[in-house]
Design a protein. Sequence first.
Length: 365
Amino acid sequence: MRLVNLLPWLPGHSGFGSYVQRVLPGLEGWRLQLGDDGNAEIVSDRKWLPQSPPWAPRRRMRLLQRYSLVQHGVNLPDVLKQNSMSCDQIEVIYSPFFDSLLCWPNVPQLITCHDLTPLVASNSRKAWLRYRFWQPQHCRVATRLIAISRYVADQLVDFGVNSSAIEVIPNGITIKRPRVPSPVSADLLALARHDFNKNLPAMFRGIAKLQEMSPRWTGVLRIVGRSGRQTALVKRLQRDLPNPKQVQLIDTMSQQDLLTCMRSSLALVSASIEEGFDYPILEAKAEGIPTIVSDISVHREFHDGSSLFFSTADDGTGLAENVHRLLFDPCLWNQLSRSGLVLAERLSVETQQSAIRSQLKILAQ
């Protein structure tokens, strides 16, 4: 049998959770997860619901959840026994997270590395310590690792993982609607927490320069993302703009409101200095919305030819000039809209799922 390890899944909305909800419905295997009562349970793929788990009612388990250590708070052999299963029946374990089940080192395991941001552009010492000293154990137990980009694969090699154990399987997306045929506003959208790697100061430099270059720009930049270590700085940068009202800080939006906001924007902007993939860019392209992105390796890997790039080291001129081009060049807007959609069609969830199935089949042999 195949076992899918969902014990690291945290309550609430997250990029990791969205990955699970996209990918897992198309993959077979018993789901090992934390139930509503805070105990580990095994659910068949037919009965499983793609919903994030609740916080456990007991304080100890909630603490383990918070630090992605749930597997150390449950007796996994007993969980199997309660379901009339045994470890000998497990052919392969798949984790959509960067976590192996450490108690079963002899069972083939396929785990997923989404990024190594905590080591490169850390937002917390806790995350840095986990990745520096704890994550190598998970890599050693894993038989193979999925990297969601070539950039992440190269980072894993530098991290000490053998390149022959790494398979690059990019994120996929499902196109659900016709693309937006033409821009309906001059607004900009950024989906970014107030964290160091999202590099929001570069975005504010770009907006300040845009207000200077194009005083007739009537749009609004909406930054949607929860507060973080740079929130105080972000609010100060907003106040210091020539026209602070042209930037809105929004903690959260419903999925429908976010979709409406994206489809009514001139472009999506990402100023990140470190990403494993940067999924919102692909989400925008699936809707036909052009993207203006920072010139970093992972953005070049996927978006060269279908995005506009800017340097995050300048005074904001690069970002401002790209926005200006989209405002006054409808042919360029349309070209980027179409080329972005082509990329989204190529990076489908079905292709992603098929690649994961192939890896699991190899390991189960």
